[in-house]
Write a protein that binds this ligand. Structure first.
Ligand SMILES: [Cu+2]
Length: 118
């Protein structure tokens, strides 16, 4: 019985969290890209909609692909050297995600970073 009450409380808290996030709009996360690194400006974001503000500080075109739990994958735009772009994605599940660039061999050269979704 006590376990059931705890579960109901958890569900109620989860519902509150979702409503609050929807009211605020997407969280923003800056991401710098250059040869050959991806640098998110925070290590974690709250689950829900996230607006990635991508800044290509390098000399090559880069993109932003997001991989996450349960085969989640989202592909953002190509960003030309010196340009910025935004990419809004709903990250519904908590867990460890990977931000990467899939252009040419950039991933193997090091263009990947972890992002925790809490
Ligand atoms: Cu790249």
């Amino acid at each position: 019985m006590r376990r059931r009450i705890a579960l109901v409380t958890l569900l109620a808290l989860a519902a509150l969290g979702t409503t609050a996030a929807a009211a605020r709009g997407p969280a923003s996360l800056g991401v710098a890209e250059r040869e050959f690194h991806i640098t998110p400006y925070a290590k974690s974001v709250k689950h829900g909609a996230v607006k990635f503000n991508i800044n290509n500080l390098g000399q090559d075109t880069h993109n932003l692909v997001i991989r996450g739990p349960h085969h989640f994958k989202a592909k953002g735009p190509d960003v030309q050297a010196g340009e910025r772009a935004t990419f809004t994605v709903r990250l519904r599940r908590r867990g460890t995600y990977t931000l990467l660039c899939t252009r040419a061999n950039h991933y193997r050269l090091g263009m990947k970073a972890k992002l925790e979704v809490r």
